[in-house]
Design a protein around this ligand. Structure first.
Ligand code: SAM
Ligand code: FES
Length: 346
C-alpha cells in the first residue's frame, strides 16, 4: 500500500483498482503516511497559508427535495428566510473588515432570485470590493444563466456532484434530478471560465467504496479548481434522519488522496468536519486541506440554514468565528491569510 501512496504522490494518478485497494486497506499507519505526503505537496504549493472564504447563506428556500438536506422543499419545519441585497452587502462589509477577500453566496435553488437580481447583487459586490472574488453556490442553472452571472463578475462556482455513480445519485435525489445534468452543469461552468468546485458527502447513505472510487476518478477527469468534501450528517426532518453519519477517519483519508491527486486544488476543511469532531477542521488541514469557510451570515438567520443536525458556530458573530479559526489554525502551525486565495493551477 505504501507503494500505491508513493505512486499517487509522484504521478498524481491511480487506476480504479489501486484506488479501491487503497481505500479498502486503509489503516492508521497508512493514513499517517498519506497525510505526511499530502502536507508536503500542500506546503510546496501553498506554504502554511490557509485561505478564508466568507460564507453568506442568503436563502434557505429551495425548490429541490434532496433526501439528505435539511432545507429541502418538503421540510415544513424549516423556518424560511431570504436576505436582501443590502443585507448581503452588509455581510460583505463586515467580512472585508475582518480580512475576507472571497465571498461565497450560497443558497437553496430559490426562484425569487432571478438572474437579473443575482447579477445585480454580484456586480454590486464586485464594484464595491474589486479586490475580492465572488463565489456562487446556487445549484443547477442553464448555460445562459451561468454565463450572465459570470459576465456580472462572479469568479467561481461551487456545485458538488454529490456522487459520480448514477444509481447512487438516484438514491439520494428525487428522479427529476440526474447525475447527467449535474455533470453537464459542471462542464458548462468550466467552459464559461469559472473556477469550478465539485465534491461529495463522505458516508452518504448507500455509498460504497466503488462509489468513492468513481468520485475520485470523476474529480481527476473534471480537473476542478476546488473540491468540497465533508461527512454526511443526518438531519432529523429528512428521509435520512435515521442514517449513520460519515466518519472523520474516512473524510480525512479522502482529503489526503485528493490533495495528492490534484496538488494545486483548493480543499476546504468543512464546517461539517468541524461538526462531527471538535478538532475536525484542524485535522482536515493536517490531512491536506488549505481552505476554511466561516460563516458571515447575520446571526439571526444562522440557525435557520440547517442542512444537518448540530451544526457548529450558529450562534457566533463573524468576528468571533474569525478569531476562533485564527487560534485553531495557528495552534497547528498554519496561518490564515488576507488574500483572494486563487487556485495556483495554470
Ligand atoms: N443549492 C446549492 C447546491 O445544490 O449546490 C447549494 C446549497 S447545498 C445545501 C450545499 C451542499 O450541502 C450540498 O452540495 C450537499 O453536499 C451539502 N449537504 C446537504 N445536506 C447535507 C447533510 N445532511 N450533511 C452534510 N452535507 C450536506
Ligand atoms: Fe436544495 Fe438542499 S435540497 S439546498
Amino acid at each position: 500500500m505504501i507503494k500505491i501512496i508513493d505512486k499517487l504522490a509522484t504521478e498524481h494518478n491511480l487506476s480504479y483498482d489501486e484506488l479501491h485497494r487503497l481505500i479498502e486497506h486503509r489503516n492508521e499507519e497508512l493514513a499517517e503516511y498519506l497525510f505526511e505526503k499530502a502536507r508536503q505537496v500542500r506546503i510546496l504549493h501553498y506554504g502554511h497559508d490557509v485561505y478564508m472564504r466568507g460564507l453568506i447563506e442568503f436563502t434557505n428556500y429551495c425548490r429541490n427535495d434532496c433526501y439528505y438536506c435539511g432545507i429541502r422543499k418538503s421540510n415544513c419545519n424549516a423556518d424560511r428566510y431570504r436576505l436582501t441585497k443590502d443585507q448581503i452587502l452588509d455581510c460583505c462589509a463586515v467580512g472585508y473588515e475582518l480580512g475576507f477577500r472571497t465571498f461565497v453566496l450560497q443558497g437553496g435553488e430559490d426562484g425569487y432570485y432571478t438572474d437579473e437580481i443575482m447579477a445585480d447583487i454580484v456586480s454590486s459586490i464586485k464594484s464595491k470590493y474589486p479586490d475580492c472574488a465572488v463565489t456562487l453556490s446556487l445549484g443547477e442553472k442553464s448555460y445562459e444563466s451561468y454565463k450572465m452571472l459570470y459576465e456580472a463578475g462572479a469568479d467561481r462556482y461551487l456545485l458538488r456532484h454529490e456522487t459520480a455513480n448514477a444509481d447512487h445519485y438516484s438514491k439520494l435525489h428525487p428522479s427529476i434530478l440526474s447525475l447527467e445534468t449535474r455533470k453537464q452543469c459542471l462542464y458548462n461552468l468550466k467552459e464559461i471560465g469559472y473556477q469550478v468546485g465539485c465534491g461529495f458527502m463522505v458516508g452518504s447513505p448507500f455509498q460504497t467504496t466503488e462509489c468513492l472510487v468513481e468520485d475520485l476518478l470523476f474529480i481527476k477527469e473534471l480537473q476542478p479548481h476546488m473540491v468540497g468534501i465533508g461527512p454526511f450528517i443526518p438531519h432529523k426532518d429528512t428521509p435520512f434522519a435515521d442514517k449513520t453519519a460519515g466518519t472523520l477517519e474516512l473524510t480525512l483519508f479522502l482529503l489526503g488522496i485528493i490533495r495528492l491527486m490534484l496538488p494545486f486544488v483548493l480543499l476546504p476543511a468543512t464546517t461539517a468536519l468541524g461538526t462531527i469532531h471538535p478538532k475536525g477542521r484542524e485535522l482536515g488541514i493536517l490531512a491536506g486541506a488549505n481552505v476554511v469557510m466561516p460563516n458571515l451570515s447575520p446571526t439571526d438567520v444562522r440557525n435557520k440554514y440547517l442542512l444537518y443536525d448540530n451544526k457548529i458556530c450558529t450562534g457566533d458573530e463573524a468576528a468571533e468565528c474569525r478569531m476562533c479559526l485564527n487560534r485553531r489554525v495557528e495552534s497547528i502551525g498554519y496561518k490564515l491569510v488576507v488574500s483572494r486565495g486563487d487556485c495556483k493551477m495554470r
